[in-house]
Design a protein around this ligand. Structure first.
Ligand code: PMP
Length: 364
């Protein structure tokens, strides 16, 4: 059997690790920032019905441009953000990971650079490797917020073609204010992707409010995987000037969104109000967990998402294993002394807190 090292792999992929969050192993999985609430019976039925209808057409390719779905996404996004956008400003793909990859295919690539403010979403650099885009990670401030002065200086120095700003940031939970975004956008020579995967959990206005000011620079990326409880459905989208949709059309695979995906996402969007009613409760649970962790003596980063970064642990890997052995899977994201937990069902959160209280008395 050949080993990976034996293959004529591109140099910039040599020695790299694939994305690899564990998918099973504990009764309470609080490790990948999913929405813990499964779809209602009514929604399951609506999806099954939509998929059955779509199935009678499976001999045909899907609508290449997903026009009906983009219309529904535009309506949802306009309502959620208060920023009126049309379907011509929305582009959809299989998860926001694919959306980000398409943007890198169009605006990054060999000889081009992307910048991110680390620690942030681990897939940004991995997508850069895949598209042969050089990734420049600019360190965040000690409190893990973005230092705008440092950001501007690094942008001026490196002149990146693509800049990623994640707000709320994964894995820290921080939000970036519109004024800070403006400073970054003003300095950016290329495009700025605002990754708003967790936006619905936050009270911050969407960066989409700046779209009219920065039509050739700003792209807002969103997903149905988190607040929308549709991680398994794989549907992400971006909102930007229609010219960005023209750019995506140049690099997307024809028929990238299956008939079934389009039908299922369309059905899920019709249940938006019902699904998103859980978001408020998740945010309230986040505050409850943060307050309890603080009471037990942990330091917790302020978060406007559905997860919390907390510590300190002398040995986070050992602490992770303790939680795991006690039935709770959190995430060791490789940040010194810290772990990340995603808000789960109430009883899972209770269990997590019970363990955290117990561990606070130990040397972990
Ligand atoms: N952006 C951020 C910041 C994320 O945390 C995630 C998921 N962990 C994604 C994008 C990708 O999500 P998906 O591909 O499921 O839309």
């Amino acid at each position: 059997m050949a080993r990976l090292e034996d293959l004529p792999l591109r140099d910039n992929l040599r020695g790299k690790n694939p994305y690899g969050a564990p998918q099973e192993g504990a009764p309470a999985r609080l490790n990948v920032n999913e929405n813990p609430y499964p779809p209602s019976d009514a929604l399951v039925e609506a999806i099954a019905e939509a998929a059955a209808k779509a199935a009678s057409d499976l001999n045909r390719y899907p609508d290449r441009d997903a026009a009906a779905l983009r219309q529904s996404l535009a309506a949802y996004f306009s309502k959620q953000t208060g920023v009126q956008v049309g379907a011509d400003m929305v582009w959809a793909a299989n998860g926001s990971n694919e959306v980000l990859q398409q943007l890198l295919q169009a605006f990054g690539g060999p000889g081009r650079k992307a910048m991110g403010f680390v620690p942030s979403y681990s897939m940004h650099p991995i997508l850069c490797s895949g598209t042969d885009t050089e990734f420049i990670g600019v360190q965040r401030a000690a409190d893990l917020s973005i230092d705008t002065e440092v950001a501007r200086a690094e942008i001026a120095r490196h002149r990146p073609d693509v800049i990623f700003v994640t707000t709320p940031n994964n894995p820290t939970g921080h939000v970036v204010q519109a004024e800070q975004l403006r400073e970054i956008l003003d300095e950016a020579p290329g495009i700025v992707i605002i990754d708003e995967a967790y936006a619905e959990f936050s009270s911050q206005p969407s960066a989409a409010e700046l779209l009219a000011e920065y039509p050739t620079k700003l792209v807002v990326s969103r997903t149905m995987s988190k607040a929308f409880a549709f991680a398994g459905g794989r549907l992400g989208y971006f909102v930007a000037d229609p010219a960005f949709v023209d750019a995506a059309l140049l690099v997307r695979l024809p028929y990238h969104l299956s008939v079934i995906s389009q039908a299922a996402a369309g059905a899920a969007l019709r249940f938006a109000d019902e699904t998103l009613s859980a978001v408020k409760h998740i945010a309230a649970e986040r505050e409850r967990i943060a307050a309890s962790l603080t009471e037990y003596g942990y330091a917790v980063f302020p978060s406007e998402s559905n997860f919390l970064l907390f510590g300190p642990f002398t040995d986070p890997t050992r602490a992770f294993e303790r939680y795991m052995a006690d039935g709770v899977m959190v995430r060791d994201i490789g940040i010194d002394g810290h772990l990340r937990m995603s808000v789960g069902l109430d009883h899972e959160n209770d269990r997590f807190l019970e363990l955290s209280k117990r561990y606070a008395g130990e040397e972990l």
